[in-house]
Write a protein that binds this ligand. Structure first.
Ligand code: UDX
Ligand code: UDX
Length: 467
């Protein structure tokens, strides 16, 4: 039996440890966090995050071999054989590299905390996404202890996506474990390989050197985001040429060399990882003097910002060049469906831009309104939050679909149309609605990457121009 500890009970640490506990009943898994409120939520019926299937896994393991606590963190560190570190590594907001580099202060604090409370050798695992070669700094801090306790630092990045985290953890494409080539480090790698082998087929467990593992996480996210920016860039061209972005994505994606996934055009990607990790990659490249490489990846972020700005510009121009005083209902606040997470959500970017146009914004989402309120900060007071989409749309001039929740597909749009101000507009930022059907009801419809369907001629010249 091993004593496994995870520091950081967030979106990554909580679900990952719950699945490890489920598949490794022989091991004791403890999750600690400095945030007592979050730990209390993990111990309640209302988990701090919404994730399909998570509640069930937690109920099956909590109190048996899975424990959440914010007490006596030092004692738990001391008792642990294996420590996963899953604390947040946001983009730095101050000093050198502000706005681009990763803020490693939590990571370093945790390393020092581990050092302070350890009396026996341990395997320390980087679960948080970190810049390449962070493990080196960690090793230096950890191995600076006067009592010569041995620590092996491994990298085991998480590839789970929110909304499908449990499925991704139960049946991952691969598990990546990076470690040094020394016999001790290789033994530590083998320990973690054996841990995952409790439920993951061996051939899906990849082992690499430490730096490859750290960098692979950043690169995987950069590649995924790049595909979205690629198709989003093409969506702009589709709108000008009457090509249909879904048809183009399908035609392109059926080439097995390209593949069909992550080619869904949208109002832009959000989430806590893509932007942060690409900024980090760009910063690392720049620091290494690789300016062309940095510029290449920065382009992925530029297109993402362009796509969101373009969406709002289209709303303004389609609605007769003014949104001031108009009630605009946003369907979706979460950065993607099946999560309550609103971090870097394009919905909130659009919301803020509409407020800047003096629109009267109503935000509707089945699970994410609480997080949206917190993330909007001072702007929240200018927004109406309404979970019921029918009430949210009442009296609105326009609806913008910003999260691909299935709930929004199956609404009664005839009822919604009847309750709105006419002419009524729908801007589909996720391409999920039946555009012909809503057009036939009477809506003017503007999907990303497709020709609009309008009941009148506007603007007077062909195509949309931002005011
Ligand atoms: C985080 C990182 O953001 C991401 O880069 C990494 O890949 C995985 O870990 P996430 O789980 O989504 O992702 O972060 P978050 O939900 O913010 O959780 C981090 C938790 O760590 C918070 O609950 C915070 O209270 C906790 N924490 C932070 C500690 O317990 N100790 C600290 O010193 C700092
Ligand atoms: C991502 C990675 O997928 C995951 O492997 C990593 O561990 C963390 O970062 P996540 O951010 O949770 O996961 O969600 P993801 O499904 O990747 O979606 C990110 C954003 O891209 C969302 O806003 C989503 O709506 C958008 N997206 C995704 C598109 O706009 N089009 C697509 O085709 C796919």
């Amino acid at each position: 039996m091993a004593d496994i500890l995870c520091i950081g009970a967030g979106y990554v640490g909580g679900p990952t440890m719950a699945v490890i506990a489920l598949h490794c009943p022989q091991h004791k898994v403890t999750v600690v966090d400095i945030n007592e409120k979050r730990i209390n939520a993990w111990n309640s019926d209302h988990l701090p995050i919404y994730e399909p299937g998570l509640q069930e896994v937690v109920e099956r393991t909590r109190g048996k071999n899975l424990f959440f606590t914010s007490d006596h963190i030092g004692d738990h560190i001391d008792q642990a054989d294996i420590i996963f570190v899953s604390v947040n590594t946001p983009t730095k907001t101050f000093g050198r590299g502000a706005g681009r580099a990763a803020d490693l202060q939590h990571w370093e604090k945790v390393a020092r905390q581990i050092l302070e409370h350890s009396n026996s050798p341990k395997i320390i695992i980087e679960k948080s996404t970190l810049p390449v070669r962070t493990a080196q700094a960690m090793e230096q801090i950890l191995n600076s202890n006067p009592s010569n306790i041995h620590f092996d630092v491994l990298s085991n990045p998480e590839f789970l996506a929110e909304g499908s985290a449990i499925q991704d953890l139960q049946n991952p494409d691969r598990v990546l474990i990076g470690g040094h080539g020394t016999p001790e480090a290789q033994q530590a790698v083998e320990t973690i390989v054996n841990l995952y082998a409790n439920w993951v087929p061996r051939e899906k467990i990849i082992t690499t050197n430490l730096w490859s593992s750290e960098l692979s996480k950043l690169v995987a996210n950069a590649f995924l985001a790049q595909r979205i920016s690629s198709i989003n860039a093409i969506s702009a061209l589709c709108e000008k040429t009457e090509a249909d972005v879904e048809e183009v994505a399908y035609a392109v994606g059926t080439d097995t060399r390209i593949g069909p996934r992550f080619l869904k055009a949208s109002v832009g990607f959000g989430g806590s990882c893509f932007k942060k990790d690409i900024l980090n990659l760009v910063y690392i490249c720049e620091k290494q003097g690789l300016h062309e490489v940095a510029e290449y990846w920065e382009g992925v972020l530029k297109i993402n910002e362009y796509q969101q700005a373009r969406f709002v510009a289209k709303m303004v121009s389609a609605m007769f060049n003014t949104l001031a005083g108009k009630r605009i209902t946003l369907f979706g606040a979460a950065f993607k469906a099946n999560t309550s997470d609103t971090r870097e959500s394009p919905a909130l970017v659009v919301c803020r831009e509409l407020l800047a146009e003096h629109a009267d914004v109503v935000l509707s989402d089945p699970f994410a309104l609480e997080n949206a309120k917190a993330d909007l900060g001072a702007d929240a007071s200018k927004v109406t939050f309404e979970a019921d989409p029918y009430k949210a749309a009442e009296g609105a001039h326009a609806i913008a679909v910003l999260t691909e929740w299935e709930d929004f597909v199956t609404l009664d749009y005839e009822r919604i149309f009847a309750s709105m101000v006419h002419p009524a507009f729908i801007f589909d930022g996720r391409i999920i609605l039946d555009h012909q059907a809503v057009f036939d009801i009477g809506f003017n419809v503007y999907p990303i990457g497709k020709a609009p369907k309008q009941h009148f001629h506007w603007p007077p010249t062909n195509g949309f121009q931002a005011p």
